[in-house]
Design a protein around this ligand. Structure first.
Ligand code: DP6
Length: 359
């Protein structure tokens, strides 16, 4: 280190991801190791993303973080695990112009400041923790000159929030549950890049932007402890579905993709209901959306839309192509006009070109 009063900063942006085969249940709470593989699609980075700036300076006396303008504590085990893993892999950083050199050893004593913004509701079941933790790990890794590939970084992000490991890649991503007790093989891998199936359009119907009552973490803990269905799901159902889903994605087979996505969302919510006390993430509006989509798909003869709901009432609707998305949006706006007596507040379009095309 050299002159005082210097600050190094890095800014990164990470999109959120939506699971089409859900992660629900851990076999190790501290390392965040799941009981089944999962598959997700990463959203367009222009929407639903987290922007994080990280800074390091000898003037900082402790690690601090601000989320959406409010200071939050970094003392939690998950943040600390990520920071520890990253610090232990930090390398020398040099800025010749400013005459600054941070050595590997310096990183043990230096503190970081983190400023993070979500451009969508936090903790409303829109996978904000996925984008947030992935972005935190990615930006700190850049700041600290961590020389690891994305799959190793995914194993660090996983320790912040399970679903975060899948946000380090675009396109379709699989989180392999792994077998090792230390979690070294519980990593995310990219199945296909964002160009492979780029005519899919994702529409998120924001049913409620309120924070959910049961966090994913505590909900899945209760499920693992009390549900009789979850073991059947993890051991019998998901392994077969993962193979079928990979095949559907590879072949861009929308009917198979839609069938598997909807079935897996419904089974995840069934497992939530089988938990003691039961967890209700969906509400009446969510149920009405499911009924309409099922009817529309039957009416079309072959599925044009898939639905999936995470730990909240908001519907993630995946359309086969832009034409199907335009039709879906028209129907949604008719049956669920925003700010009407339904509690549906707005729509977020995963692909911003759709509104122009829908003309
Ligand atoms: C329903 O990743 O938020 O979105 O690992 O405890 O932080 P923690 O849970 P989190 O759970 C996400 C659950 C889900 C399904 C999914 O994204 O696969």
């Amino acid at each position: 280190m050299a002159a005082e009063n210097w600050v190094f900063t890095v800014t990164a942006q990470t999109p959120t991801n939506i699971a089409v085969i859900k992660y629900w249940g851990k076999r190790d709470e501290d390392l965040i190791l799941p009981i089944n593989d999962s598959i997700s699609v990463t959203l367009d980075p222009d929407h639903l993303c987290t922007t994080t700036s990280v800074a390091v300076s000898p003037d900082f006396t402790h690690d601090r973080m601000w989320l959406n303008g409010k200071e939050v504590s970094l003392s939690g085990g998950r943040y600390q695990n990520c920071l520890r893993e990253l610090r232990s892999r930090a390398s020398d950083v040099e800025d010749e112009k400013k005459g600054i050199k941070i050595t590997k050893k310096d990183w043990e004593k230096l503190h970081v400041h983190v400023v993070s913004y979500n451009n969508f509701p936090t903790a409303a079941g829109l996978a904000s923790s996925a984008a947030g933790l992935a972005c935190l790990v990615f930006s700190l890794a850049k700041l600290m000159n961590v020389k690891e590939d994305h799959s190793r970084l995914s194993a660090i992000a996983r320790q912040g929030s399970g679903s975060a490991c899948r946000s380090l890649y675009g396109g379709f991503v699989k989180w392999i549950m792994g077998k090792e007790e230390n979690g070294s093989d519980s990593i995310a891998v990219q199945l296909t890049d964002e160009k492979h199936w780029d005519d899919l359009v994702i529409i998120i119907a924001v049913v409620s932007s309120k924070q959910k009552e049961t966090s994913s973490t505590s909900g899945m803990r209760d499920t693992v402890e009390t549900s009789m269905l979850v073991e059947h799901r993890a051991k019998e159902v998901v392994p077969k579905r993962i193979i079928q889903m990979e095949e559907a994605i590879k072949n861009r087979d929308f009917p198979a993709f839609a069938r598997l996505t909807c079935a897996d969302s419904n089974q995840f919510h069934a497992v939530c209901l089988d938990t003691l006390p039961p967890i209700f993430y969906m509400n009446d509006t969510s149920h009405r959306i499911i009924s309409y989509v099922e009817k529309w798909n039957r009416f079309e003869g072959t599925p044009q839309v898939a639905y999936t709901f995470d730990a909240g009432p908001n519907a993630v609707l995946i359309s086969h192509n832009r034409k199907a998305a335009a039709q879906l949006l028209q129907r949604l706006l008719f049956f669920f006009p925003p700010q009407s007596d339904t509690d549906l507040s707005s729509y977020v379009i995963g692909d911003k070109t759709i509104l122009q095309d829908a003309g």
